[in-house]
Design a binder for this molecule. Structure first.
Ligand SMILES: C[S@@+](CC[C@H](N)C(=O)[O-])C[C@H]1O[C@@H](n2cnc3c(N)ncnc32)[C@H](O)[C@@H]1O
Length: 211
């Protein structure tokens, strides 16, 4: 990955995730009410088995093994530490160490794009362009499923799970509008709160189709 092409906030995110491979996996496993499986099932109803699917911010690959059993999967992550674990989780998948805002895929070459809890780490001024890039990679009728912020956050930097981390995003209605403007028509969306011993978290889940 070319460092010059990564913005400083994403470089900080990558360095943080490199250091918390085990800690993040353990923390993620404590969520009550995690809706990932339900949204992946909705995605799977729209995206035929064997299709070409890209997961943006695939992390350590908690879902990569199942996804790779269904699809021709490519995972993209900015953290080499997370990717090392993902490669072991899903040896049959392809993984790219890269930034989702600059990684390249051919136009109309994908059946699906997945981004769970990852776009929330990308500076929000880059989101409209990122959504347009995703729409451009999808073939007409292709599907996007992802987790986005549900409330307005111009940008937060601070300590999270013991490392410096960055989050940002828009409120739910703005996100849905930005997706539409990018050519990704929301099919289903829901604001969901998950519960953990230390905190509750609320996100917008959305399934959208390339128009
Ligand atoms: C909260 S974790 C989620 C991992 C996985 N999707 C899951 O659901 O468990 C966010 C992941 O997004 C990755 N990420 C953050 N910003 C990124 C970017 N600009 N490009 C690619 N990956 C990014 C991080 O390195 C991290 O692995």
């Amino acid at each position: 990955m070319t460092k010059e092409r990564v913005n400083p906030r994403s470089r900080m995110v990558a360095a943080g995730y490199d250091r918390i491979v085990d800690r993040f996996a353990e923390w993620a496993s404590t969520a009550e009410g995690e809706p990932k499986a339900a949204w992946l099932a909705r995605f799977a109803k729209l995206v035929p088995a064997g299709g070409r699917v890209v997961e943006l911010g695939s992390g350590a690959g908690p879902d990569a093994s199942w996804l790779a059993s269904q699809y021709e999967l490519t995972g993209v992550d900015i953290s080499e530490g997370q990717l090392e674990r993902a490669r072991a989780e899903a040896p049959q998948a392809r993984f790219i160490h890269g930034d989702m805002t600059t990684v390249e895929f051919d136009a109309a070459s994908l059946d699906g794009v997945i981004a769970m809890y990852s776009i929330i780490h990308v500076p929000r001024e880059l989101h409209p362009t990122l959504f347009a890039r995703i729409a451009g990679w999808l073939r007409p009728g292709g599907s996007f499923v992802g987790t986005l912020t549900a409330s307005d956050d111009p940008g937060w930097t601070g300590q999270w799970l013991g490392v410096e981390m960055f989050f940002s995003g828009f409120d739910a209605q703005t996100n849905l509008g930005l997706l539409r403007e990018s050519g990704l028509e929301p099919v289903e969306s829901e604001v969901v709160t998950t519960h953990r011993p230390d905190e509750d978290e609320t996100f917008l889940w959305v399934l959208a189709r390339r128009s």
